[in-house]
Design a protein around this ligand. Structure first.
Ligand code: AMP
Length: 373
């Protein structure tokens, strides 16, 4: 079976690495300027057809489908893909997840509306389009707030933390207008967790245990699973949230939900319609990785067991030169993305396994200290 992936970054790489043993073959559609280094050797790398701006979306879909050598299924490795193209590709082959789900996750405003519509909780927020609306929203929500553009924002990009009026004034210097944005109350969370779910084309679902995450500057730095101290009340909230999401979205593949825990209450931060950085630990920590399960889901195979033995952690390698010689240990597994190093760029990760949570956290902390000093 041939899988076409829109995008050619590290998630595409890890999908392909998981798919080759299943007999799957891959073609990747690179965005203009993408080097394709992450997926080199793992399938065909194709570019957008020449003069693609002048083509209608139906013609573009046909050209992309042919350039990808007529895949059986098309999927995505990021949310910033042209949804109209994805929709038009449905005329040629299965497209998972459905473009309607990608559209929801692509725009923070639409995403928050969806989260609200399914009765899930989140930080207080207001969507704004103008500077006057922004000022009014900040006045209503009160500092501290965080302003995030609705589109093209990830890993702390296009986000501004504001603690006081001076921060807002600084943000507005030299700005005559703003992009559509969400103003969110900054919540004082005790922890961040994420849920990695998967649904097969048959409707079968599976989930990995909740993952605890640590971010720095808006970028994931480390994860650990199963998350500790999940009491019955939190476990029930997690179960309820999973059911609300899965029963309200037309979805096949892996879906991630990022959450805050504030005073024991689960608040949804955002949804990702794809395999997720906070699920990388599943490569060694679960019977079936998130990557294999995404492929199983979209290829019509039975989902694999999400069973976890012991505890697994993940340390992200952000803008640092680390190699396998330094990073591998009997219980530590190095994954490189074949990327050049730039500040804060995700270039790899290390998965760590332990039988007990305390030893895992200790080794995770030591590994982070070794990497970042
Ligand atoms: P996001 O891009 O929305 O996933 O945000 C990246 C990170 O910024 C989150 O994982 C949090 O650590 C932090 N963050 C985002 N929104 C909020 C919020 N409303 N309150 C507190 N921290 C936040």
């Amino acid at each position: 079976m041939r899988i076409g992936i829109l995008g050619c970054g590290q998630l595409a790489r890890m999908l392909a690495l998981a798919g080759w043993p299943l007999g799957l073959r891959f073609a990747f559609l690179a965005d203009p300027g993408d080097s394709g280094d992450c997926v080199r050797g793992l399938g065909d790398l194709v570019s957008y057809p020449d003069a693609s701006e002048s083509l209608g979306v139906e013609q573009l879909a046909k050209a992309v489908y042919e350039a990808l050598s007529e895949p059986d299924v098309i999927t995505v490795e990021k949310e910033s893909v042209p949804v109209d193209l994805l929709t038009a590709l449905k005329a040629y082959c299965a497209v998972y997840p459905d473009p309607s789900a990608v559209r929801i996750c692509q725009n923070r405003g639409a995403e928050k509306t969806f989260i609200e519509s399914i009765g899930a909780s989140m930080a207080p927020k207001i969507v704004v389009n103008t500077i006057a609306e922004l000022e009014a929203a900040v006045a209503e929500l009160e500092f501290p707030v965080i302003v995030k553009t609705c589109e093209e924002g990830y890993d702390g990009l296009n986000q501004w933390k504001m603690n006081e009026q001076a921060d807002l004034a600084e943000f507005l210097i030299d700005r005559e207008s703003i992009a559509e944005s969400v103003v969110e109350k900054r919540v004082n969370f005790s922890r961040e967790i994420s849920l990695i779910l998967v649904r097969a084309a048959s409707g079968a679902t599976a989930a990995y245990p909740a993952t605890q995450n640590w971010h720095e500057g808006g970028i994931l730095r480390a994860s650990m699973a199963p998350a500790q101290n999940v009491d019955q009340d939190l476990a029930e909230q997690i179960e309820d949230l999973k059911n609300r999401v899965l029963s309200n979205i037309d979805y096949v593949g892996v879906l991630a939900i990022e959450c805050f825990i504030v005073d024991g209450k689960l608040l949804v931060n955002e949804l990702a319609p794809r395999v997720h950085n906070s699920g990388h630990w599943t490569q060694q920590g679960a019977a079936t990785s998130q990557f294999e399960n995404h492929l199983r889901a979209i290829a019509g195979l039975p989902l694999g067991s999400t069973q976890v033995h012991g505890f697994a952690g993940m340390a992200n390698l952000l803008g640092v030169e680390v190699n396998a010689v330094k990073a591998t240990k009997p219980n530590a597994f190095f994954h490189t993305y074949n990327k050049s190093v730039r500040p804060n760029r995700k270039v790899g990760h290390i998965n760590i396994l332990h039988d007990d949570a305390e030893s895992l956290k200790k080794q995770l902390d030591e590994t982070l200290a070794e990497i970042y000093g």
